[in-house]
Design a protein around this ligand. Structure first.
Ligand code: 5AD
Ligand code: SF4
Length: 438
């Protein structure tokens, strides 16, 4: 999403404006995700749908970029089966997009063949971090900020290190300057983004820890809520938790990916922590920041997973009592070690997934329900998609509250009472505006 905002910013500088549909577009940019097969299938289907549109409008330029472009077998497939894609570029050279656009136009002028595939621009790696790219933000009041790129962890199921390269941190000064600029532009909430934020800064000439960065960001005037994603349990230090405890404007929400509660599966996932270590860290979070929600990611059906392994995962879910979780069915990613391991039969995977999901939902309901009747501070984010008389707001702990109101509230904080719990979200009532944000 952050890359899409940069691509939109670059496109705007080239004179383009967004359209609602591809039918009336001069340029279609397909920015892709490779994390699971489901995401990739969506890309193939959307890109396939562009063929008919391009037949009607042969001047339309189609470009495909992002993580899928970075996978060699996908690049080949696009070239072969989707020849109307004019240009493919990867994750390391996103900032070259305007130059590539010019190249497409130039190749058109020089005897452009609407059927033949044109240009591929994939870099194997980069050490470069390009600062100050223009961005078109999706939201006026909140923004993601990349603090680092790439990942060195090589979890055996994960494609990210292969398509995003090794870990590189941005300079803290550049990040703080970006926060100040965003605050001056009316942004009240920032989300610091990295694949493993705990290892932020270790590669810098003058090292700066994630705890130091987080604290500096939280102290930027005007930034009323700070979130971050994602910490890695193996590296989560007490210093980070203390910074959160000491800064009420850092969200009471820690996304803490478990992946599996079985020590054997964790070992084969190369996660480099045990279920015991994970639970100790989670207990430390509950002790230091008792009002923080802990959410997680869990994969069901990793190669070799047995019923007993699923029992262990369900056990951790119950012991930690996660506030919520994203549960995924394991998706083999070509080129990763786990893809070559013996796979679990589909029906077994589904059974495990269903058990994990049921445990997650039961605990999430319990945790959300316990807040009924409380008054908490919420950021008004958008007009409710189902009923325009309601505004959808988000608490510091990431729980959604719908309140009566209008669009003028968006981007402001309110103290709201949590009246009625509906499973994982609330209906509430606004008491008053809260200018501090907590
Ligand atoms: N299959 C299923 N889920 C995956 N994730 C990453 N790779 C895979 C995969 N191959 C999940 C992990 C990660 C989240 C972003 O996506 O749970 O935390
Ligand atoms: Fe993938 Fe996250 Fe593991 Fe990096 S730390 S390899 S991004 S799951």
């Amino acid at each position: 999403e952050a890359d899409t905002e940069a691509l939109l910013g670059l496109a705007a500088e080239c004179g383009y404006a967004a359209t609602d549909t591809a039918e009336n577009a001069d340029l279609v940019l397909v920015n892709t995700c490779a994390i699971r097969e489901h995401a990739e299938l969506k890309v193939f289907s959307k890109t396939g749908g562009l063929k008919k549109i391009k037949e009607k409008n042969p001047d339309m330029i189609v470009m495909l970029c992002g993580c899928m472009a970075q996978e060699p077998h996908v690049g080949e497939k696009i070239k072969k089966s989707y020849p109307y894609v004019d240009l493919i570029f990867g994750t390391h050279n996103l900032f070259c997009f305007p130059q590539y656009l010019c190249e497409v136009y130039e190749s058109k002028n020089g005897g452009f063949d609407p059927k033949g595939h044109k240009i591929t621009q994939i870099w194997d790696a980069t050490d470069e971090i390009v600062e100050d790219l223009p961005v078109e933000r999706k939201y006026s009041y909140k923004s993601g900020i990349n603090i680092m790129f790439g990942c060195d962890n090589y979890c055996t199921y994960c494609i990210v290190p292969y398509v995003r390269g090794h870990e590189r941190s941005r300079q803290p000064g550049d990040i703080i300057r970006e926060c100040e600029k965003l605050a001056a532009d009316g942004v009240v909430e920032v989300m610091l983004l990295g694949q493993n934020v705990n290892s932020y800064g270790r590669d810098l000439e003058t090292p700066c820890s994630f705890a130091e960065l987080l604290s500096a960001v939280a102290e930027v005037p005007g930034i009323k809520r700070v979130r971050f994603m994602t910490p890695h349990p193996k590296d989560m230090g007490r210093d980070v938790l203390e910074v959160i405890r000491d800064h009420p404007n850092i969200a009471r929400h820690i996304h803490f990916p478990l992946q599996s509660g079985s020590n054997e599966i964790l070992r084969r996932m190369n996660r480099r922590y045990t279920r015991e270590q994970f639970m100790e860290r989670a207990a430390e979070i509950r002790e230091l920041i008792p009002d923080a929600a802990i959410t997680t990611d869990i994969i069901a059906g990793f190669p070799g997973e047995t019923e007993k392994d699923v029992d262990d995962t369900v056990d951790v879910i119950e012991k930690v009592c996660f506030d919520n979780a994203y549960t995924f069915i394991y998706s083999p990613r070509k080129g990763t070690p786990a893809a070559a391991m013996e796979q679990v039969p589909k029906e077994e995977v589904q059974k495990g997934f269903d058990r994990i999901l049921a445990a997650v939902q039961e605990n999430a309901r319990k945790r959300a329900g316990a807040l009924a009747g409380r008054t908490m501070t919420a950021l008004a984010e958008e007009v409710n998609t189902q009923d325009p008389e309601y505004i959808t707001c988000r608490l510091s702990n990431n729980i959604i509250v719908h309140v009566r109101g209008d669009a003028s509230m968006i981007g402001h904080f309110y103290d709201v009472t949590l009246d009625e719990c509906r499973n994982f979200y609330y209906f509430g009532t606004v008491l008053c505006e809260n200018v501090k944000g907590y």
